[in-house]
Design a protein around this ligand. Structure first.
Ligand code: SF4
Ligand code: SF4
Length: 161
């Protein structure tokens, strides 16, 4: 059968017309949805803002905020200075210096336990790595600091959170 170039051209034009229409739809539909969302927010009665710091939003469950060192039932730090958290930390922001523990149930405790919060990426690897459940990331998200030194959380600060 002989090939009709006119027919083929029409089919091509039809296909390209359909593609153009689809492209336009894909382009304009999200814009229209976005505009509708914006307009709906303009006429919403509830405010989107809160009076921070008097009012504070509760973070979502699982939020990883400031770090805390935990104490046991006797008030002692749970940390046994095993260095697993500092080894697991991808930012190398945990500094631990161990000393002999004064108690019979463990060999060591941290004399120095510092976290440089300016380097921390809040990944939670330290919490995951700890075999003693001694460190955790709390939902606290708003501890302001005024200097780089203040951003080094010491053992005392971590135990007080
Ligand atoms: S949260 Fe991540 S980066 Fe921060 S101290 Fe723990 S392991 Fe290091
Ligand atoms: S916080 Fe946990 S992982 Fe880190 S040194 Fe102490 S016991 Fe080991």
């Amino acid at each position: 059968m002989a090939h009709d170039p006119t027919e083929s051209g029409t089919a091509q034009e039809h296909t390209s017309g359909t593609t153009e229409a689809r492209k336009k739809k894909e382009f304009f539909l999200p814009i229209l949805k976005g505009l509708a969302n914006t307009i709906a927010h303009i006429f919403r009665r509830e405010p989107n803002t809160i009076f921070y710091p008097e009012e504070r939003r509760a973070p979502y469950p699982g939020y990883r905020g400031e770090h805390r060192l935990k104490r046991d039932s006797l008030g002692r730090e749970k940390c046994v200075a095993c260095f697993l958290c500092s080894t697991a930390c991808p930012s190398h922001c945990i500094e631990i210096v161990a000393e002999e523990a004064p108690w019979d149930d463990r060999e060591k405790r941290p004399r120095i336990f510092n976290i440089d919060m300016l380097r921390c990426i809040y990944c939670g690897m330290c919490e995951e790595a700890c075999p003693c459940d001694a460190i955790e990331l709390t939902p606290i998200y708003n501890i302001p600091v005024l200097s780089r030194e203040d951003a080094i959380y010491t053992k005392e600060k971590l135990l007080s959170l």
